[in-house]
Design a protein around this ligand. Sequence first.
Ligand SMILES: [Zn+2]
Length: 315
Amino acid sequence: MKYCIGIDVGGTTVKMGIFEAEGRLIRKWEIPTRKGEGGKQFIGDAAESIRKALSELQISMEDVLGAGMGVPGPVVANGYVDVCVNLGLHKCYPGDDLSKALGGVKVCLGNDANVAALGEMWQGAGKGHNSICMVTLGTGVGGGLVNEGRMISGVHGLAGEIGHMHVQDEEPEVCNCGGHGCLEQYASATGIVRVAKRNLARTRRASAMRDFGEALSAKDVCDCAKAGDQVALESIRYSMRKLAIVMSHIAMGTDPKLFVIGGGVSRAGSFLTDMIGEYLRDYTPMIGDDPDEVVLAELGNDAGIYGAAKLVLED
Ligand SMILES: [Zn+2]
């Protein structure tokens, strides 16, 4: 039996999993992300806890095909990280350090959102397909593209950064990336709330959303819309239409089989995916009617470790 290891590095925790090469997850756990040593302290910590887990499972290092690691920042295809703000990494090859700490085992590196897309393709909502786009609607909007089985990183490691695709001119507020009018400003959890508050300020119509005041959340907007609140419905439609415009461009750019929607906002379920799918079909008449083109993610927070493990098998 051969095994591979998946590591998903976040700003607060490092998630790890040991997988059979066929895709079965046999153990998962997490440790806090320590950022000392130029942001690299977590690498030694991860290696140590992986060695411990392997020894408990009586798996020899010789049977480990390699380890994949997803990090929250742009990664160039050769594993170079110019800057990773959340971890404090700067101009380095973190995969090489992990490989050394694990006794020379093969290590593959990728951006966390791209890696999560690979995970959903391998054992999640995209199982059985080899070209998918994953959209993560959380605090921001993340994205990952897998084309014909390969994760796309791009020249700058920015492939799949759909949250920063431009969808609106004359947006006065500035996005985290320094741009104005990025998708993230309308379709992330914070973007959905921003759009809803703008709509509330613009109208005197009654809306249950007003009861939440400043504390209004994306979930509240979705819940109100589901309950038939017109202002909420118009708001979420506006947000999801922006997303569908970006998805239609991807559809015509890399032509994936399906779009997998994940992240906290996706808990609104088929209410959201049905709405996105309707707009997307409107915008892509050449693709024809495929009711299953937009689906919910299935692996939740584990998508990253699945995808990281799959990176090893891809290489
Ligand atoms: Zn942006």
